[in-house]
Design a protein around this ligand. Structure first.
Ligand code: SER
Length: 586
């Protein structure tokens, strides 16, 4: 079974169980300062897990694009990827453990669907702790299923919080005990009677999370107002399982990329461990970069936030490419073209943003080769390797790798200390970011969220209706708003935008929310990113005649609640994108 069919079957199966198919959300989280990327299927759905109403109803199913960069260094083995797709089915206060686990079982084993051999399956459930008790219910459901199929009860493992608890995605938010399903990929006559999570031949294929808790800022756990289900099935991994492969990179999700890199480098997959690893890293990093740059939010390589991650991915890909012996200039885009070709049916934004993707890859490749030359000279001259990072934008890890490679002696102790200090600083910054997540529906963020709608409308009135939003990020303190525009705003333009927003605030306009089919919202001329994360039905927020926008909320009830709007900064964010920072003064 090909990945394409697996993706389709998953969506169809849950559609047949009353779920609404919703499109993948952006890779760049909306209004969520806690993380740089969408790291799991549940991420874009946090507001709904917390109780907001989703226009698609209470049963949803999707294939979600995701990026995890925490284990960038681990990419190179058979299973780690920075970009991956997560299939998920969702109950928003609808069904709970019984339906969820029974449907997982049916989808995996029924001959009509995946038809996996039940004898090769094992599961785990949460053993319990001071927050939540042993998951007796999940255990009992599995026991019944296993008895019916003659599978030993010892294949149901009770595991601790480290293994069987999922979330929250940031520091706070929805989370809960989970139940994982494993498939034995070893020889048939060696299937163990019991499940053992140390054995790599048991491959996790699916996770069912029973999200009924909310982790709060003080670290305590509260019951959510509703019992949710969040499940995740890793597309790459299950595709490999379905094809009887022990290496995700041998599936069609990777093979065209690997073949192209082989062609460019003259090296062969499997030739040596080092070469295989380098081929995987290059394929993975360029795929992830293509998806990040190709997201409609338009991230470009830079030295901060998402831009820094793309820069790091691209530069690592170039370095591993060099190691493989690729000498051609501007070769990254040749791989990116294959990513676009392979995925454009499922993710049409890649095709839409093709020129942008290729252009950005070329630009970064050119810039990096200059940087590399200069940096190497500096390193040989004895420049502090740490300065290379700050001055030449060398990713820290690369400076270290380069120094090692060139046999250049660096003061390891000094370097380590500076690194540590740097990491501590970025961790503090990250912790600061975690302090108020999406889960934090505090009054401040809600007010700023409504202000963002007013700001977009005001920009459209002052600059022209063609202004579109590229992203936003809200903390309890401020609003950050990115929009497509080429030039710096004049003082007059800024003042006029502020005046219009404040006028709308002074008029105390009620904020009205209506649900409607997406076509109707379009016909009405509502702004917003259509076809992105919303399904067929959408929520449209209307603020008098002033603003009319697609959004998941939450919002204040009346603009009179906002206080005084003030732009604190207006600057360039990336090519063709301006960024405004603004606050609401009480
Ligand atoms: N949130 C869970 C995970 O990412 C299940 O989707 O594994």
């Amino acid at each position: 079974m090909k990945a394409k069919e697996l993706r389709q079957k998953y969506l169809e199966f849950f559609e047949s169980k009353g779920h609404t198919i919703i499109p993948s959300a952006s890779l760049i989280p909306e209004n969520d300062p806690t993380v740089l990327f969408t790291t799991a299927g549940m991420h874009p759905l946090v507001p709904y897990l917390m109780g907001e109403k989703h226009p698609g109803g209470t049963r949803l199913v999707d294939a979600q694009k995701a990026i995890r960069t925490t284990d960038i260094e681990e990419v190179g083995d058979t299973t780690h990827h920075t970009f991956f797709e997560m299939m998920g089915n969702w109950s928003l206060g609808d069904y709970f453990k019984k339906e969820s686990l029974e449907w997982s079982w049916e989808f995996l084993t029924s001959l009509e669907w995946l038809g996996l051999d039940p004898k090769r399956l094992a599961v785990s459930v949460f053993e319990g702790d001071e927050v939540a008790p042993f998951d007796e219910e999940a255990y009992r459901i599995w026991k019944e299923i296993f008895e019916k199929h003659g599978i030993p009860e010892a294949r149901i493992a009770k595991l601790d919080k480290k293994a069987n608890w999922w979330g929250p995605a940031g520091e706070t938010g929805p989370c809960g005990p989970d139940s994982e399903i494993f498939y034995w990929v070893g020889p048939e006559d060696e299937i163990p009677q019991s499940f053992n999570d140390d054995n790599d031949l048991w491959v996790e294929v699916w996770n069912n999370v029973f999200m009924e808790f909310n982790k709060t800022e003080n670290g305590s756990f509260e019951k959510l107002t509703q019992q949710n289900v969040d499940t995740g099935l890793g597309l790459e991994r299950v595709t490999a399982v379905m094809q009887g492969l022990d290496d995700n990179y041998k599936t069609e999700l990777w093979i065209n990329l690997i073949t192209k890199i082989e062609e460019l480098s003259g090296k062969k997959y499997g030739q040596s461990e080092e070469i295989t690893k380098a081929l995987r890293v290059v394929a993975d990093h360029i795929k992830a970069s293509t998806f990040i740059i190709g997201d409609d939010k338009g991230v470009t390589p830079s030295n901060t936030d998402q831009g820094y991650i793309v820069r790091r991915l691209i530069r690592r890909a170039i370095r591993f490419g060099k190691q493989l012996g690729i000498t051609k200039d501007l070769w990254l885009k040749e791989i990116a073209l294959i990513v676009i070709e392979d995925y454009k049916d499922v993710y049409p934004e890649l095709e839409r943003n093709k020129d942008f993707i290729l252009g950005q890859l070329d630009k970064e490749e050119i810039q990096f080769s200059k940087t590399l030359e200069k940096g190497l000279k500096e390193l040989e001259k004895g420049t502090d390797p740490f300065v290379l990072f700050t001055t030449y934008g060398f990713p820290i890890e690369m400076t270290q790798e380069l120094a090692e490679e060139k046999g250049i002696k660096i003061d390891a102790e000094d370097f380590k200390n500076k690194m540590k200090e740097h990491q501590e600083k970025s961790r503090t910054a990250a912790a600061g970011k975690f302090a108020s997540g999406l889960a934090d529906h505090s009054e401040e963020t809600t007010r700023l969220h409504t202000a963002a709608h007013l700001l977009l409308s005001a920009l459209q009135k002052v600059l022209g209706p063609e202004v579109i939003q590229k992203g936003s990020n809200i903390t309890a303190e401020r609003l950050r708003f990115d929009f497509a525009w080429e030039e710096k705003l004049s003082d007059e333009q800024k003042a006029e935008v502020e005046r219009l927003v404040n006028e709308a605030i002074e008029q105390k306009i009620p904020v009205d929310c209506k649900e409607m089919p997406i076509e109707e919202a379009k016909a009405q001329g509502a702004s917003g990113i259509f076809g992105d994360k919303y399904g067929d039905r959408v929520k449209v927020y209307k603020i008098g005649d002033f603003s009319h926008e697609l959004c998941s909320g939450p919002h204040v009830e009346n603009t009179g609640d906002l206080g005084r709007f003030k732009i604190t900064k207006e600057q360039s964010s990336s090519a063709g994108v301006r960024r405004i920072k603004a606050v609401l003064e009480k």
